[in-house]
Design a protein around this ligand. Structure first.
Ligand SMILES: Cc1cc2nc3c(=O)[nH]c(=O)nc-3n(C[C@H](O)[C@H](O)[C@H](O)COP(=O)(O)OP(=O)(O)OC[C@H]3O[C@@H](n4cnc5c(N)ncnc54)[C@H](O)[C@@H]3O)c2cc1C
Length: 476
């Protein structure tokens, strides 16, 4: 346990959080309006997953507030505080059976980035963004709120910049500026846990040119805001899979998040048309969030590593050399993630008094996880055997005639029922619709493969390597 003090009673409880979701927010699932997400037969699992955050010890002293708040909302100012953040993400993921809990992680990543960039915007444009970001951070920290983060726009035709799109709603943009605030329209894609969050924080997805100024907008709104609609993806890893084990306990969902003439009061606006800062906000958030990504992915890797180990044992193959080779691949996957997080924490960039995870080491870990997850799946499937494709249904195991046959013939180094339970989890993780979902997540979530490659090469200093070679080439 990384936080030794007990949970403060002043902090929010899981029950308070779940009750607060019944606020009239407009969410749809499989073509139906959802009245109460916390009571929905499928979506309540994602709500309860989010609520597990409130069972994890998270308290950390916030120097600006002079009180203990969730460590997610404390702005890191040193390698030690970045390390604490890594541990918090890791511990929360482990408390959720290896499934990331995004509910305070992603929004606080955005607030950390905005806290660095807002003062720079203010210095250039005499705007009040730094004070607004800080006031918002204090509010969400003291109320212990959950925040979804909507960055990825629908984007439309990928060849065109936002202002070139035939339909401007492909990127969230400002449609009106009023004395009391702004009005925005458009839609964001893949917003994780948006319909089970208190607040939706919105930031730009990319750098913006002057012509794209209306699209350079950042703000936060409560989930029940008028004009905000959440269309939840189908939870195929649970529905249609009666053998699911993990998805019955923990999963997160994404929404297409639609903003239809949503009004945002000025105190919640953090960027409005200062287009030259949109890229800095996008990249600043991405760096913090990829640090979160390598932190939770190290914990998630335990799911695959642990299951592969149990599968090998139940099949009686643990000592075979090719099995050890596959296990090594899984160990590397987990530990490269962790090394990336630890090194990024140890060598931060300092800006505006804040510690930013080292972008190079963060993106190297992130890229490794993008490019090697297919090898993780392949290792698990290989060790499990073809039974992952042909395992009979749970109802066959429960039938009094078939059940005893299956218990007898599925025995290997361990008895049939035990081996079957391990294989069910291996099937869910390795070849089910959950595995497909994880493949897309591991490649795209927290930014695409190309985004990480660009981040690595953008500022890479080649001087040391070139000097070495020049020294060799220059005649003595
Ligand atoms: C499970 C999951 C959870 C997520 N959660 C969140 C979240 O909570 N909040 C959030 O904001 N986002 C979230 N994302 C979004 C994630 O960051 C994006 O999926 C990622 O940045 C890729 O963007 P995209 O999906 O629009 O892919 P696309 O942009 O459609 O990429 C598809 C392909 O097109 C290429 N491409 C795109 N544009 C160009 C171009 N101009 N020129 C050449 N090639 C191009 C890409 O490199 C890629 O190969 C999530 C994604 C997933 C899968």
């Amino acid at each position: 346990m990384i936080w030794e003090r007990p949970l403060l009673s002043a902090m929010r409880s899981r029950e308070q959080f779940l009750a607060s979701l019944n606020d009239g927010r407009e969410a749809y699932y499989r073509g139906q309006r959802v009245d109460s997400i916390a009571e929905h037969p499928v979506l309540r699992i994602a709500a309860e997953h989010a609520a597990k955050l409130y069972d994890v010890p998270r308290e950390l002293r916030d120097p600006a507030l002079g009180q203990d708040v969730s460590g997610y909302f404390v702005l890191p100012r040193s390698p030690a505080e970045l390390l604490a953040r890594h541990r918090l993400v890791y511990a929360t993921t482990m408390a959720c059976h290896g499934v990331f809990n995004i509910s305070q992680a992603i929004g606080s990543d955005a607030l950390a980035a905005m806290s660095v960039i807002a003062p720079k915007i203010d210095r250039k444009h005499a705007t009040p963004y730094a004070a607004r970001v800080e006031a918002y951070r204090r509010r969400v920290a003291t109320e212990d709120l959950t925040l979804a983060l909507a960055q990825t726009d629908m984007k439309g035709d990928r060849r065109r910049r936002p202002h070139e799109q035939p339909d401007p709603d492909m990127y969230v943009h400002v449609t009106d500026v009023r004395p009391e605030g702004i009005v925005v329209s458009g839609a964001k894609a893949h917003t994780t846990q948006a319909a089970v969050s208190d607040e939706i924080v919105v930031i730009p997805t990319r750098a913006m040119s002057e012509k794209d100024a209306d699209f350079a907008v950042a703000f936060a709104v409560p989930a029940a805001t008028k004009g905000l609609t959440f269309i939840v993806r189908p939870i195929e890893e649970l529905e249609g899979n009666d053998q699911a084990i993990l998805a019955r306990s923990d999963y997160e969902f994404e929404t297409i998040t639609i903003f239809d003439q949503v009004f945002v009061p000025w105190e919640r606006v953090f960027l409005c048309r200062e287009h030259e800062f949109a890229g800095a906000v996008a990249i600043g958030f991405a760096t913090y969030h990829r640090f979160t990504a390598v932190s939770y992915r190290a914990a998630t890797a335990n799911l695959y590593l642990g299951t592969a180990s149990l599968v090998a044992r139940t099949n009686g193959i643990s000592e075979a050399s090719h099995v050890r080779d596959k296990m090594l691949r899984l160990v590397l996957y987990k530990e490269v993630m962790r090394m990336s997080a630890l090194t990024a924490a140890q060598f931060p960039l300092m800006d505006e008094g804040q510690a930013i995870p080292n972008p190079l080491y963060t993106n190297i870990g992130k890229l490794y996880s993008n490019q090697n997850f297919s090898g993780v799946l392949e290792a698990l499937v290989d060790l499990s055997g073809g039974i992952l494709a042909t395992l009979p249904a749970r109802s066959d195991f429960e039938n009094p005639v078939e059940g005893p046959y299956l218990a007898k013939y599925l025995a290997a180094a361990e008895d049939g029922p035990r081996r079957t339970e391990v294989l069910r989890l291996a099937k869910e993780l390795g070849v089910s619709s959950f595995a497909g979902y994880m493949m897309a997540l591991m490649i795209h979530a927290e930014g695409s493969v190309e985004a990480s490659k660009m981040a690595i090469l953008r500022d890479y200093d080649l001087t040391e390597a070139e000097t070495l070679v020049e020294g060799l080439l220059t005649p003595k």
